[in-house]
Structure formats: C-alpha cells, structure tokens
Ligand binder design. Structure first.
Ligand SMILES: Cc1cc2nc3c(=O)[nH]c(=O)nc-3n(C[C@H](O)[C@H](O)[C@H](O)COP(=O)(O)OP(=O)(O)OC[C@H]3O[C@@H](n4cnc5c(N)ncnc54)[C@H](O)[C@@H]3O)c2cc1C
Length: 560
C-alpha cells in the first residue's frame, strides 16, 4: 500500500473504492495486483462499523444440510422477503470466505488451543451454531487482518480523510449513454475538492443509522453511498427496514454504547422509571423475547409515558457476578458515572443496521455501468425485512469478491471515450456564514426521524416526518448551493436525502413485516414482495458545480 500524498490531483485509477470497511478492503484485496486500486475513506483507514462488530461472521461450515438450514434461517429472519437465489448464493459462498480469511491469518477462536476446528457460536435466529468469531472482538480482528493484507499490496493506494461528495457520471455530463467516471471528493485536511477519474467505482460506505438520534453506529454511518447512488440515478430498495438494537446506554457522552443482550440473558430486567417491570405485559418470554419485540416494547413505553428512557437492572446479581461476567460493560458504564452493580442503567433502543440500499445484482453491480455497491450500502436482496445476525459481514466478504471478479471479466473490454471531466468550480460560492445552521438542521433531522420514523410507525407520524424533512431538504440544499462544502455539510446533505428515502419507503409499504411495524397496517400482506417499495430515481440532474448549477439542481417542488 502506498500513501499518495506526494502525487497531485486530479487522480486517475483503474478502480476507485469509496470506503475502507470490510466490504471495501475485501474488494481491494480480491482485485488482481496489476490493477491500480485507490481506496478512499473520509476517516482513518481503520474506521466505519466493521471494527465495532462483536458477534461474528455467519457461515454454513457444517455441510449441505447446514447450507439448507442457513438459507431457511435467513429467509425466516427476513420475514420471507429475502431473494432466495441471492440467499442461496451468499450462503454457499460462506465457507470459502472463512477459509480465505484464515489464509490471511485471521485469529478466529478455535475449539481448543491445539485444534484446527473453529469455535462456532449460536446467535438469535440461527437454528444451530454457525457463527465464526474472534472472541468478542471479531470486527476488530477482521479489520486488522484486512488492513495488514492491504498494506502489503503495492497496487493499492489509500487516501484517508477524503470524503466523496458526488459520483461523476456520463449522463450528468450531457451524454446520452451512462457510465460512472469517478467522483468529486473533499480532501478534508487540505480543504479542497479533488477529482478522481476511474474506470470502475465502488460505493462501500456503510450504513445510514446516523439518520437517527440514537444509534450504535459510528459517526461515519451517514448513508453517503445510498445518497450518492440515488443522485446519480440508481434504484434504491427496502430503506424502511432499519434494525434497532433494544438496549443502548442513554448517555449523550457515550454516543453509541451497546449494552449486550447477554445482560438480559443473565436475568436483567427492564423497568419503567417508577421501578415496575413492563416486558411481561408485552410478551410471554418477557425480557427474553426476540430483539424486535423488546425494542418495540421499550419504544411503546417511552412514547406512552413521554419519558426519555427506560432502565435495565441486573444489580441484584451482585458485584462479584457482574464484574466477572460483564467486565467491559461495567467498566465503561462506570466511566459515565453508572455503577451497574448498584443501580439500573438508563437505556434506549438505537438504530443499528440498514437493511436496504442501492440495488445491485449478484456481482454488486448497480444500474449504472461501471458502478458497484457492496456491504451495508447495498441492497442485494439478502436481508429482506430483517437481517439475520452476523450475515452482514458475510455479505461484505461475498460481494467484495464478486465485484472484483466482475471487474476482472470486464477489464479487457476496450474503454469508451468520454468527455473531459470539468474540475470542481467554487468560483461562485462563498465561505459559510452560519455554521450553526448545519448543526441545528443535523439535530432536528435526527430528532424527527427518532420521534416519527422509529420502531412503531403510523401513517400520520410518517407524513409529519416527510413534511419536516421537505423543509429541511430545501434549507440544506439552499445552503449547499451558496457555500463552500465542508465535511459536516456533505454528511448532512446525504443524511437528509437518506431520511427522505426511508420515509418514502415506509409510506409505500402498506403492511407490517419484519422491522417495519405500522399501527395502520398491522397485518402482513402475503402478496407483498420486495419490489413494492423500490424507489426509482428522478432523471439525473446536471452537475452542481457552479453556484448557478447547484441552484438549478435543487429538488423540484413535487419531489422536495
Ligand atoms: C456495534 C455493532 C456490532 C455489529 N456486530 C456485527 C456482527 O457481530 N456480525 C455482523 O455480521 N455484523 C455486525 N454488525 C454490522 C457490520 O459491522 C456492518 O454491517 C459492516 O461492518 C459494514 O461494513 P461496510 O464495509 O459495508 O461499511 P463500514 O465498515 O461501515 O465502512 C464504511 C467505510 O466507508 C467510509 N465512508 C463513508 N462515507 C464515505 C464518503 N462519503 N467518502 C469516503 N469514505 C466514506 C467510512 O469512513 C468507512 O471507511 C455490527 C455493527 C455494529 C455497529
């Protein structure tokens, strides 16, 4: 790997990969070494959700019967909405992905010190043990493994602190045929926009859970890939299916600290502020009900009582037990002033995983020639209405490889001639005058999504959210049209786009299924399928390069 701080933009590369999580790095490693690969990330090379993954990677390592069961488990978890062909394809590819990671020296946990047999755990929704893991830090070990391998690859260059603003497509440059030609990217440290021209481009930017006030995701999860793909002309699907984790510490300073389901597994109970238990009123299994039910019950208590959070109590198990069983959680909570050996912890559900995204085929290829989308950014058809635990890292690995293979197939086709890409023109925009507008809108957007587009939905609340999002969209667009771009502004522009897509998808789904629960449509419609809420993009608008062009690219009233 080489840092390319010494070469000057505009950059040119065979393959541009936007995002350095499990999906992006896998693809970089799966490409042949004679292709020039440029990975950009808006943060550090180690970033995104991948290092946060605790559980593991699902893979049917137990033979044919296990493959069949993994397929059925995935389809059941996804409330019959996953695409069976895609599920079969991904599940069959699972064991080879684990083997590949082992060949890269991924430190998986084994059955015993001297055995070659992987230790497999069982997670919710899996009918048997099939989750390979590296203790309780699989994501961190996976990241370290992939980063080390990428660093040994001379053909892979990495640009950190580079935030992709928009894709450059032939159609947006006035051509009748379309293709992705690269991206405009903000070099955050140098505070300038650079052009990257590429023959193949991949969106591997992770999820969009930052659209919600409470999330388990890192700050990077602002749905940039979905928003960029949508603006460029890609179809987007299943955005209404946002997975919420039931218990995240309710503490602004903790940002996104998960309180593991194991706390409930060990007897922890959920309480209202007055100390009464509420889960027995919602499900016969009380605190051990499925994740979605617990999240929905907490949400309904919070809304019904108008409170900020509920409480999770395990203090009655005693200090000795808690310190031994939950050392990391206990220590982290103490940092924020909560002693779980003596008192209940304040918790809220938090947005955890984005099931929908940019639509792709089995190779991760999108509607635009030369453009791929992989990992959490993509909608491949694997998850349907709910993600089966630990299937997401598997999806990153399988589609990272598949996209690379497709490029290998296409690399010898002579490239077409495309027009020159105009440089980013900032001559008619000025420095932002009131950065507070961005901060305020950011906060309002995430609060509105939390209040109106959360776990339990109604058509009235969704419509209210849509009205607010429309106002914010116009304001943010206006700001974007007049001022120089900044990191926060780029993210906010994407977040509002993605929030709009989530709300529109939710309004289009006239049933309750998987992660989408509507009080107005509480039943599942057996005839609904995954094309019901596919969103078709408006015709691609001209490039928002100059101030006038940016204004011209404003969302039309009926769309805004
Ligand atoms: C707390 C937690 C626990 C989880 N546990 C598990 C688990 O046990 N098993 C499992 O399978 N899944 C788990 N998941 C989900 C899984 O971790 C993610 O779905 C997966 O890591 C996503 O990988 P990715 O490569 O698609 O994106 P990410 O890992 O999120 O990487 C995205 C990358 O894109 C970059 N980026 C974003 N926008 C831009 C832009 N505009 N320009 C440039 N770069 C950009 C980011 O900086 C980052 O490098 C968990 C998630 C969380 C949050």
């Amino acid at each position: 790997m080489t840092a390319i701080t010494d070469t000057a933009p505009p950059y040119q590369t065979d393959v541009l990969i936007i995002g350095s999580g499990a999906a992006g790095l896998t693809m970089a490693l799966r490409l042949p070494e004679d292709l020039d690969v440029l990975v950009i990330t808006k943060g550090e090379l180690v970033g995104g959700s991948t290092p946060w993954a605790q559980g593991g990677i699902a893979a049917a390592l137990g033979g044919t019967e296990d493959v069949a069961q993994h397929v059925e488990d995935t389809i059941r978890a996804g409330a019959n909405l996953p695409d069976r062909n895609v599920v079969q394809h991904v599940v069959e590819a699972g064991p080879a992905q684990i083997e590949w990671l082992e060949s890269l020296h991924m430190p998986f946990t084994h059955e015993g010190d001297d055995t070659d047999t992987l230790h497999l755990t069982r997670e919710g929704g899996h009918s048997r043990r099939r989750v390979a893991h590296a203790a309780d830090h699989t994501g961190r070990s996976l990241t370290d493994t992939l980063v080390a391998a990428v660093q040994a690859r001379p053909n892979v260059r990495v640009l950190e602190h580079h935030n992709a603003i928009d894709l450059i497509t032939a159609r947006r440059l006035g051509e009748t045929r379309d293709a992705c030609l690269g991206a405009y990217v903000l070099d955050i440290k140098a505070d300038r926009v650079v052009t990257i021209r590429s023959r193949f481009t991949t969106l591997a930017t992770g999820g969009a859970a930052k659209a919600y006030l409470f999330t388990t995701n890192p700050d990077s999860a602002t749905g940039d890939g979905v928003a960029m793909g949508w603006r460029a002309g890609c179809r987007v699907a299943d955005m209404e299916f946002i997975q919420f984790h039931p218990t995240c510490l309710y503490e602004p300073r903790a940002k996104s600290f998960l309180i593991s389901e194991a706390v409930r597994g060990e007897g922890g109970v959920l309480l209202r502020p007055d100390g009464t238990r509420f889960m027995p009123d919602h499900h016969p299994d009380a605190e051990l009900a499925p994740r979605d039910i617990v999240a929905r019950a907490i949400d309904s208590e919070i809304k019904r009582l108008g409170i900020d959070c509920v409480y999770l109590d395990i203090s009655f198990k005693g200090r000795g037990f808690i310190e031994k069983r939950f050392p990391m959680i206990h220590e982290r909570c103490l940092e924020f002033g909560y002693d779980m050996t003596r008192e209940p912890l304040p918790v809220v559900p938090a947005a955890h995983y984005t099931c929908g995204g940019v639509m792709t085929d089995l190779d991760g290829h999108t509607d635009i020639p030369g453009l791929f989308a992989i990992g959490e950014t993509a909608h491949t058809g694997l998850h349907g209405a709910n993600r089966l635990a630990s299937n997401s890292l598997l999806e990153c690995l399988v589609f990272g490889e598949a996209a690379a293979s497709r490029i290998v197939e296409q690399r010898d086709i002579p490239p077409q001639e495309w027009p020159e890409i105009p440089p980013w023109d900032e001559s008619q925009v000025t420095d932002p005058d009131e950065a507070v507008v961005v901060t305020h809108n950011w906060d309002e957007l995430r609060r509105s999504m939390w209040s109106y587009v959360g776990i339990v939905r109604t058509t009235k609340r969704l419509s209210r959210a849509r009205a607010r999002i429309n106002l914010l969209r116009r304001e943010i667009h206006d700001y974007y049209a007049h001022f120089r771009v900044s990191n926060n502004l780029i993210e906010l522009r994407n977040l509002v786009e993605v929030a709009d897509l989530i709300v529109r998808s939710a309004l289009n789904r006239h049933e309750s299924r998987g992660l989408h629960y509507s009080r107005d449509f509480p039943e599942t419609n057996p005839r609904a399928d995954h094309f019901d809420t596919v969103l078709i993009p408006p015709p691609a608008r001209p490039y928002p390069i100059t101030r006038q062009d940016r204004s011209a690219g404003a969302p039309p009233p009926e769309e805004a």
